[in-house]
Design a protein around this ligand. Structure first.
Ligand SMILES: Cc1ncc(COP(=O)(O)O)c(C=O)c1O
Length: 660
């Protein structure tokens, strides 16, 4: 058997039926089969078909003109190979039609280009007829016109969905095209530490640092960053959103509380015939005193309104939650339940804010058993938009931590190296709230609004880290955000500059360099005063939406729509809308305490007209989904949630924006 190896085959889409063949660099190998159908990979046949043709057009048809052939090639190939190539090309041309062979039955029906009803392997997007077929990529690339049409369809779809978008915390009021569209053709990569230049000069760290300084000041951290000043801040712009920030915060907190330290271990190795010293980083664990076996096992606490990224972080990082440790080692001893069973997470109030009284009782239980404490607070919960009272929590927990010697403790490494560390880590997940609540506070201090949120930032010396999403309040075309802590809490290798280029201090390797530029631009165009005004306008809009929904409930429909808005939240929740409206407005849905909810977020692009349009849609018959039991099928029993030990970890989905 033979394998054909072709450096490229060009398909002439201007004349797809001609099926003329020509080759460049086609060789023959033995003992292989050409198999090139139905989008499956063939047996080693290299067909880099997305190369441009010599006339610069993208290829899709089949022709290479005979003039491009190298002398003698035809003789090398032979007519049986020509037949095989013809077969390959025919396969290519036919492959979409024959996709039906690989599609399992019972899939969504769609209409093929020849009008036949066939099935798609993936969900069809209702707004895009023949979604699967429109975007299917064959081996030959798409003909230019088809590609352009597909892009136009995608763009129209996104523009339509954007115009009614209200269900998630995404700011769709973006204005970057004029100044930044050119950046789609420049790769900007902020690999490594934001404060070290490194050799990848195609970075935007100079703008990233300005963004970080801005947030350090806004969150009352000591700035600018100075690696020699342990009290100053350190951070970086996230390539994902707050999910990455939370993951990093938990990682940072886990290693800090576990007493880990990074040391450099030098070993002698043979290189080019000579013995040289070679460094390697070593994570050294703290020495655990025999009388306190739990001293370096951090226990995590977060509320039942916490984003599901936290449970995932627990699982990925192998952090024990109070629930898992409680069930495993202290079954039946939970101090906040009547039957002693451990709740999966710290209870929340109806508003969505963490119950700090319950938290402090739970923390005291574990602190009294010698565990260090890792807490993730929310500043703007995912579904209800509630703000945990971080200030009150610090006040309440400080004496407890002091009582159990966790406010500050000695961590011993090796034989005599001692270091002072806190025995707790407080992380604030400020995905949405950390970006705009400081401006509400400014408005409050200047008498423009009657209330403000609880203090949550680095003014509280007990706060270790904050995460925030950049695509939420600020608005960016791609997911992004900020993670911030203090130099003194970083897990850093010792200062040995000869070994360290740009230290690997971040989570990702390559980091998005465009998103810090967008954040920079947005900040550059909006003064504090603009931000204050924007925050006040959106609070007003949220109040407007709440009023309209209450009016619909009380004056028009005379039925309970469960309308509720947590104080200062930019979201309003109400009875779940029907599927059509959920799709139209991209509404996010949750099942809470047996009731089905939708919610809207009042972000910068939302107008009173859009709110009115939604209210009008909701006033129509059949606008709400039935409150049926099967809605709960996807939720997870509270007793089997975020465990990390000896059992599968379930990610809780109820109340977290997980349902979509
Ligand atoms: C409170 C909270 N934390 C974390 C996240 C995750 O943020 P991202 O989607 O930016 O990763 C969200 C998202 O909605 C959130 O609401």
């Amino acid at each position: 058997m033979r394998m054909i190896s072709a450096s490229w085959i060009e398909l002439d889409h201007s004349n797809p039926s001609s099926l003329q063949l020509s080759f460049l660099n086609v060789g023959i190998m033995s003992n292989s089969v050409v198999s090139f159908s139905n989008g499956k990979h063939n047996n080693g046949v290299a067909l880099p078909s997305k190369r441009k043709s010599s006339n610069g057009k993208h290829s899709d048809g089949v022709v290479l003109s005979p003039s491009k052939r190298k002398a003698g090639e035809e003789g090398d190939i032979g007519s049986d190979i020509t037949k095989e190539i013809k077969g390959i090309v025919k396969d290519y041309v036919d492959q979409k039609l024959r996709l039906r062979d690989v599609i399992p039955s019972s899939r969504v029906l769609r209409t093929s280009s020849d009008g036949e009803e066939i099935e798609s392997p993936y969900p069809e997007v209702p707004e895009i007829p023949n979604t699967y077929e429109t975007f299917f990529l064959g081996h030959g690339g798409l003909p230019g016109t088809k590609r352009e049409r597909a892009i136009a369809i995608a763009r129209k779809y996104h523009e339509t969905q954007k115009s009614n978008f209200m269900g998630y915390q995404l700011n769709c009021h973006l204005d970057y095209e004029k100044d930044f569209s050119g950046y789609l053709d420049i790769h900007v990569n902020n690999i490594g530490d934001a404060f070290k230049e490194g050799n990848l000069t195609l970075n935007s760290k100079f703008m990233e640092r300005a963004v970080l300084d801005y947030y350090a000041e806004l969150w009352n951290a000591k700035w600018p960053h100075n690696e020699k000043d342990k009290e100053s801040y350190w951070g970086f712009c996230l390539t994902m959103g707050s999910t990455e920030g939370n993951l990093y915060g938990m990682w940072n907190g886990r290693d800090y509380l576990a007493g880990k330290k990074i040391l450099i271990d030098e070993q002698l190795v043979m290189r080019s015939g000579a013995m040289v010293t070679s460094p390697r980083f070593v994570y050294q664990k703290a020495v655990c005193p025999p009388e306190s076996p739990n001293a370096y096992t951090p226990i995590a606490f977060y509320s039942e309104d916490t984003h599901y990224s936290l449970s995932k972080a627990m699982t990925m990082l192998g952090i024990q939650t109070f629930y898992a440790e409680g069930e495993d080692k202290y079954a039946g001893q939970c101090p906040i339940t009547s039957d002693g069973r451990w709740p999966a997470e710290v209870p929340s109030h109806e508003s969505g804010a963490m119950n700090i009284e319950s938290l402090s009782v739970l923390v005291e239980f574990f602190a009294s058993h010698g565990y260090p404490i890792l807490i993730c607070f929310n500043y703007g919960t995912t579904f209800k938009g509630a703000y945990d009272d971080v200030y009150y929590a610090c006040q309440k927990l400080k004496p407890i931590l002091e009582k159990y010697n966790l406010l500050e403790r000695d961590v011993t490494h090796g034989t005599n190296q001692k270091e002072k560390r806190t025995g707790y880590w407080f992380h604030v997940d400020g995905a949405l709230g950390a970006a705009y609540m400081p401006f509400i506070e400014m408005a409050y201090l200047s008498g423009r609004v009657a209330t403000k949120g609880p203090t949550f930032d680095f003014r509280l010396p007990m706060v270790h880290s904050i995460a925030m999403s950049g695509h939420k309040w600020i608005g960016a075309s791609v997911p992004c955000g900020v993670y911030m802590t203090k130099v003194k809490y970083q897990m850093l290798p010792p200062e040995m500059p000869e070994y360290i280029g740009t230290p690997d201090t971040t989570f990702a390797g390559s980091r998005n360099g465009l998103s810090p530029m967008l954040l920079w631009d947005n900040i550059a165009r909006n003064s504090y005063e603009d931000q204050v005004q924007k925050a006040l306008d959106l609070e007003e809009l949220a109040a407007y939406a709440e009023d309209k929904l209450l009016y619909l409930q009380n004056q028009v429909l005379h039925t309970d729509l469960y309308v509720a808005r947590t104080k200062l939240a930019l979201t309003v929740r109400f009875k779940r809308a029907n599927d059509e409206l959920c799709r139209k407005y991209s509404l996010s849905n949750e099942d809470l305490n047996g009731l089905r909810f939708s919610h809207i977020f009042l972000m910068e692009h939302v107008t009173t007209e859009l709110v009115d349009q939604l209210i009008e849609d909701l006033s129509r018959e059949g606008a709400f989904a039935p409150q049926k039991a099967e809605a709960m099928a996807f939720t997870v029993d509270a007793s089997i949630r975020a465990s990390t030990r000896n059992r599968v970890a379930f990610v809780p989905s109820e109340g977290r924006g997980f349902h979509g």
